[in-house]
Design a protein around this ligand. Structure first.
Ligand SMILES: Cc1cc2nc3c(=O)[nH]c(=O)nc-3n(C[C@H](O)[C@H](O)[C@H](O)COP(=O)(O)OP(=O)(O)OC[C@H]3O[C@@H](n4cnc5c(N)ncnc54)[C@H](O)[C@@H]3O)c2cc1C
Ligand code: FES
Length: 253
């Protein structure tokens, strides 16, 4: 993990209250899909965690996608091209692609909801590079908040989109689409709000990796504010330090 300075290449609204932030670094460390950054927002004490959506080691750039929900993300959205940001990164464990070699699943699925979708984009690209062809289900609250469809479409994977209110694509939740279109799924990679993760865990998919976006306090393991219950010897594990990704078999819902 490093404390890095980056220049804002662009910071633009790509759906209602959803921003794409492209940053350029002097040096970009190796990144694993599913890792995140902790951003210092000018004037605020606590950093804000945002997942890495994409990166380019040659260009030394990363892409973050964030939703404006409070003070920190509002301040972030006001920053303009040319400003500098301070980021701790890369943080977290990242998705473990190597698990697929052990488990040899036949039908891999990536399922994401809302701002849980960004880290799944780089995950999909990484899986493709490793020779896998995952199916994808993306769930959004409503049409105005839909983002990155063209980018996912360009990956040439089998993918379905849902909106909670039916204002775009299929009405329903990602779980509905999985039951309908991908019932043979035997390995799941997911990221999104906790109720969605819990609903996915009840689908009886044999195996998977779940990325949590719990509200954080300190962001470096000191406050336990982000912990989730596991059945390991440790009991509670911290999303900021031992996560954000946990194996299906260790999570206690
Ligand atoms: C590992 C990780 C990765 C993340 N990746 C992304 C991402 O790629 N894109 C993105 O948009 N967001 C992501 N988040 C969530 C993001 O960190 C929060 O939305 C952000 O910190 C909110 O800051 P704020 O100052 O705008 O809101 P605040 O003023 O801090 O909070 C506003 C309201 O939102 C609630 N809130 C704050 N954080 C969360 C949260 N994590 N979950 C649910 N409710 C929350 C607060 O309780 C409050 O009611 C991620 C979180 C984690 C832990
Ligand atoms: S945010 Fe403090 S321990 Fe994770």
């Amino acid at each position: 993990m490093k404390d890095l300075q980056a220049n804002i290449i662009h910071n633009k609204e790509i759906a209602t209250n959803i921003f794409e932030l492209k940053l350029q670094f002097q040096e970009l460390p190796q990144i694993v899909a599913g890792q995140f950054t902790n951003i210092k927002i000018p004037e605020l004490f606590l950093r804000r965690p945002i997942s890495i959506c994409d990166y380019d080691l040659n260009e030394k750039t990363i892409i973050l996608i964030y939703k404006v929900i409070g003070e920190g993300t509002k301040c972030l959205s006001a920053l303009e091209k040319g400003s500098t940001l301070d980021l701790l990164m890369p943080l977290g464990n990242g998705f473990q692609i190597s698990k697929l070699e052990e488990k040899k699943p036949k039908n891999i699925l990536i399922a994401g909801g809302g701002v849980g979708i960004p880290p799944l984009y780089i995950l999909a690209k990484t899986l493709i590079r490793a020779g896998y062809k995952p199916n994808i289900v993306l769930g959004y609250a409503t049409k105005a908040e839909v983002f990155y469809l063209n980018q996912f479409e360009a990956l040439n994977l089998n993918f379905k989109v849902t909106t909670d209110d039916g204002s775009f694509a299929e009405k329903g939740f990602v779980t509905d689409s999985i039951k309908k279109y991908f019932p043979k799924t035997d390995y799941l990679f997911t990221c999104g709000p906790k109720p969605m993760l819990k609903a996915l865990s009840q689908l009886k998919i044999p195996d998977g990796q779940y990325s949590f976006e719990e509200r954080m306090g300190c962001g470096f393991g000191g406050c336990m504010g982000c912990s989730i219950k596991t059945n390991t010897d440790k009991g509670y594990k911290r999303v900021c330090l031992e996560g954000p990704i946990f194996m299906q078999e260790e999570i206690v819902w």
